[in-house]
Design a protein around this ligand. Structure first.
Ligand SMILES: [Zn+2]
Length: 389
């Protein structure tokens, strides 16, 4: 479908997004950003490199060094970011915070780089450079449950719009027999785990508890989407963190005028965008719904005599905001239809002598054959409605 490629000259695990792939990617991002703005998030934008000191504080130099790209400039080590968290923390820390401003929710399509051995790389599924639909929520312990409820709603809403309606959820908790394995007080862990479990129960979402599967810095919810073929893909993560707030000393001033440690939640709903994109293409078998299709309408003149009217139709559709293409080649209309079918374009507007005379379009839907005759504006209305839905 000419969506992306990987070039040996660029390097393995690094994705080149072609025009059509970029278009789809931007459509996903635009939708994602709008929904996040509606849900009280603020968008931020952060650099791709940072001084190694930042990663010393975050603990990445000690625990994650083998996966990081490090280079030296002016006698100082710098790191190509493997994660976005420390940057969002710096924005939070840019000025003192009162309990009245919380929760603070920072969201970013943050591109990160992680070294993976070349043998483990696999198409779009496992790469070295990728973008996370990342966000970090800074809140009080009391606000945690409501935040989780909001997150479950937002996740469901966004994934459903991409056609994913079946999920499997996992709640990873601490192993009470090994308290030394975990950062943060037992009271905080219980509070966070209870908030996660309560939110899932309130929303009547079935889940599997994975005792002892939590990482050392906090409990988490993982969501696997189930695609059209019944395969499970790990996608959403909602992760508590009792480690970074302490390492970076991030606090808020409470109603008692004292400093309190803030609760931090990492969350990615789509996960790695490259991976999500691959799952999406598989799920629809390339037949993307009109709102995500790089070309929504292929305008196909039957012969040279109809070409002028076809050009007008094409321009009109574009002027109305429809992504349309024009196949003005001298080939037969049967060949043009086959080409448009191969490109999986949702609508074909076939223009013959009759259509040119009556100012109508013969519409053919992808995979459905002929579906009738419409005016340009009727077709625009159908596509606009699909975009909106
Ligand atoms: Zn994070």
């Amino acid at each position: 479908m000419d969506l992306f490629s990987i070039s040996e000259d660029v390097g393995v695990g690094l994705i080149l997004w072609h025009p059509k792939g970029t278009l789809i990617r931007n459509l996903i991002r635009d939708f994602w950003e709008q929904e996040h703005l509606k849900n009280g998030y603020q968008l931020v934008c952060t650099p791709h490199i940072a001084r190694s000191e930042l990663w010393q504080t975050s603990g990445h130099i000690d625990y994650y060094k083998d996966n990081m790209y490090i280079f030296n400039k002016d006698g100082e080590d710098h790191v190509v970011k493997p994660m976005n968290c420390p940057f969002h923390i710096q924005i939070y820390k840019a000025h003192p915070r009162s309990y009245k401003e919380l929760p603070v929710r920072y969201a970013e399509w943050g591109t990160v780089y992680r070294y993976e051995r070349s043998g483990t790389l696999h198409g779009l599924m496992r790469v070295r450079g990728f973008t996370v639909d990342d966000a970090h929520i800074f809140c009080t312990l009391q606000q945690v449950e409501q935040e989780i409820l909001n997150l479950l709603d937002l996740t469901k809403h966004i994934l459903q719009k991409f056609g994913f309606k079946k999920y499997q959820l996992y709640l990873s908790t601490r192993d009470p027999k090994q308290p030394s394995k975990y950062m943060g007080s037992q009271q905080k862990w219980s509070h966070a785990q209870n908030a996660l479990a309560k939110a899932l129960k309130k929303k009547q979402i079935p889940y599997k508890e994975m005792l002892g599967e939590a990482v050392f810095y906090g409990p988490k919810i993982d969501l696997n989407i189930v695609d059209a073929s019944g395969r499970q893909w790990q996608c959403t993560t909602i992760q508590f963190d009792f480690n970074l707030p302490r390492r970076f000393n991030i606090t808020y001033v409470g109603a008692d005028s004292k400093d309190h440690e803030v609760v931090m939640i990492h969350r990615a709903l789509l996960g790695a965008v490259e991976r999500f994109f691959a799952i999406l293409i598989e799920h629809y078998r390339g037949n993307l719904p009109a709102w995500l299709a790089p070309t929504q309408v292929a305008v196909l003149p039957v012969n040279n005599d109809c070409r002028e009217y076809a050009r007008k139709v094409h321009r009109k559709l574009q002027a109305c905001g429809v992504r349309a293409s024009l196949d003005a080649n001298p080939s037969t209309v049967g060949y043009k239809i086959r080409q448009a079918e191969l490109q999986k374009i949702p609508y074909m507007a076939i223009i013959g002598k009759r259509e040119a005379e009556t100012k109508k379009l013969a519409i053919r839907e992808h995979g459905a054959g002929k579906t009738g005759s419409l005016t340009i504006l009727e077709l625009v209305k159908i596509i606009k409605e699909e975009n909106k839905q």
